[in-house]
Design a protein around this ligand. Sequence first.
Ligand code: ADP
Ligand code: MG
Length: 227
Amino acid sequence: MLMVEAEHLVRSFGSTPALRDASVAVAQGEILAVMGPSGSGKSTLLHCLSGIYTPDSGAIRYDGRRLDTLSEAARTTLRRTEFGFVFQFGQLVPELTVADNVALPLLLNKVRRHDAYATAAAWLHRLGLGDLGGRRTGELSGGQAQRAAIARALAIGPRVLFADEPTGSLDSVTGEAVMELLVGLARQEGVAVVLVTHDGRVAAHADRRVVVRDGRVLAASEAEAAR
Ligand code: ADP
Ligand code: MG
């Protein structure tokens, strides 16, 4: 079953075209790796697929329903309850503790405080940050902050995880552990994962690889042939 499906997405920033004609889909339980050069439109694609940005044209379906034409309020609710997003540049709240950051999306979803913090602690533990819940996020190393951001994205139990270079600040052993965690979520819980990566070893864990080039999405094999 297709979870997220995008057809002919176009998105510009002023006169800069970021997506020219991007079509891509990810199925339930599938891990899709999005690769491609810097500036090719990968982050813009992820923001459009997850409903953070509205495309200028094209269609996005989530679970068979149009996402791009939903009201802002309906999209925000959907994002908050069913999507996890790991931003390329962290976006944790530096003044809050690590546990506060991970519990925040649950509290926004009206989960009771005690339960939200218990769930946050469990995810921090799974990401090897079990001891750091009380630290201010601003005190974490880059790799720790990245894992905290992954814990925050997963805490709500999303049906789709969008992750923009989630292992970019991790050493290879920690990056492998994170990928094994994501593979487990996809296989056991059917989470669809769309992840941007530059790292071939990370992409090797994916079920399918695509390459974004000049705002278009190519199958990895097509991208090779076009070189
Ligand atoms: P990638 O993630 O592949 O590096 P991006 O999607 O971030 O690529 O960027 C694609 C193009 O869109 C680039 O030319 C970039 O400068 C531009 N762009 C992306 N986001 C913005 C923004 N918020 N404002 C203006 N230009 C942007
Ligand atoms: Mg990017």
